[in-house]
Design a binder for this molecule. Structure first.
Ligand SMILES: [Ca+2]
Length: 282
């Protein structure tokens, strides 16, 4: 029922999505669409590496539309502008702005296919909510729970070896259709880590008080959407970036000017030679 791709290696008792080396993307995904309206996924994973403070990029859980979303891309191994839900376990802090938080950081993103994930800002513009969770290089089991019940998304961790689910965040009003697929992917870039998956357990949840669903609604056709917990803020390039952009524009203009002058000079030389040739003929 499961398929895999990229750098994924299947071992006897776990799946290695990426090895602890640069520029790898790996993924596993379930080929069977999820028919359940309310579910919980418990993911037993392990992120570990030899380096002390330089490691990345992270591992992610997905519930996505397999028709338009592909497991080979820059968002922790998923292509950008996916359709569905991503729960992103980001180990490396690319973002050093006023909205920086400690890493590893777990966040959720819901996308209808139109949003781009901003890797350089750790997705802080598009996340619904998030929490810091120190799951890396632990000697005991590390688990993640993703619950989607009554249109609410609840993400919890069990990473302190206490066998207790610690809530990470809860987001209400998350609209997701049925018949998407579950998947897990991971990515390394300049920095790396082993990203291992030990098990994925899927449970159907019977809500005590289910939502009053409209009769006749086709849950396959619901458009993925969610209310963001993050206050909207403009996307501003950092000073270093704008400085580089200015330098690039300046160089581009300079090269264009040099190119134009060279063309003019060559044109003039050619024109003068042609004139001389004509003079010789007559
Ligand atoms: Ca990051």
């Amino acid at each position: 029922h499961w398929d895999f791709g990229g750098s994924t290696v299947i071992a006897s008792d776990f799946i290695r999505l990426t090895p602890d080396s640069q520029s790898h993307r790996g993924a596993v995904w379930c080929k069977i669409p999820v028919r359940m309206r309310h579910w919980e996924v418990q993911m037993h994973f392990r992120v570990h590496g030899s380096s002390g403070n330089l490691f990345g990029d992270g591992i992610a859980f997905w519930y996505i539309d397999p028709a338009v979303s592909k497991f080979n891309g820059p968002v922790f191994g998923m292509q950008d502008k996916f359709r569905g839900l991503g729960v992103l376990l980001d180990t490396y802090s690319n973002h050093n702005g006023p909205h920086s938080h400690d890493h590893p950081y777990i966040s959720a993103m819901v996308n209808n296919g139109s949003l781009a994930y901003d890797h350089d800002r750790d997705g802080t513009h598009s996340q619904l909510d998030g929490c810091t969770a120190r799951f890396r290089n632990r000697d005991h089991d590390t688990l993640l729970s993703i619950r989607y019940v009554n249109n609410a998304l609840l993400v919890a961790t069990d990473i302190e070896n206490k066998q207790i689910w610690q809530p990470c965040f809860r987001v209400p009003n998350v609209k997701l259709p049925t018949h998407f697929v579950f998947g897990v992917s991971a990515m390394t870039g300049d920095l790396s880590d082993n990203h291992d998956l030990l098990s994925v357990k899927v449970y159907e949840i019977e809500p005590k008080e289910p939502l009053e669903d409209n009769i006749g609604v086709d849950y396959r056709t619901i458009e993925p959407s969610a209310d963001s917990a993050e206050p909207p803020r403009p996307h501003v390039d950092s000073q270093a970036d704008s400085g580089w952009s200015f330098l690039r524009i300046f160089l581009l203009v300079l090269f264009c000017a040099i190119g134009l002058v060279t063309l003019l000079v060559l044109g003039l030389v050619y024109h003068t030679r042609q004139q001389r040739k004509k003079k010789r003929f007559y």
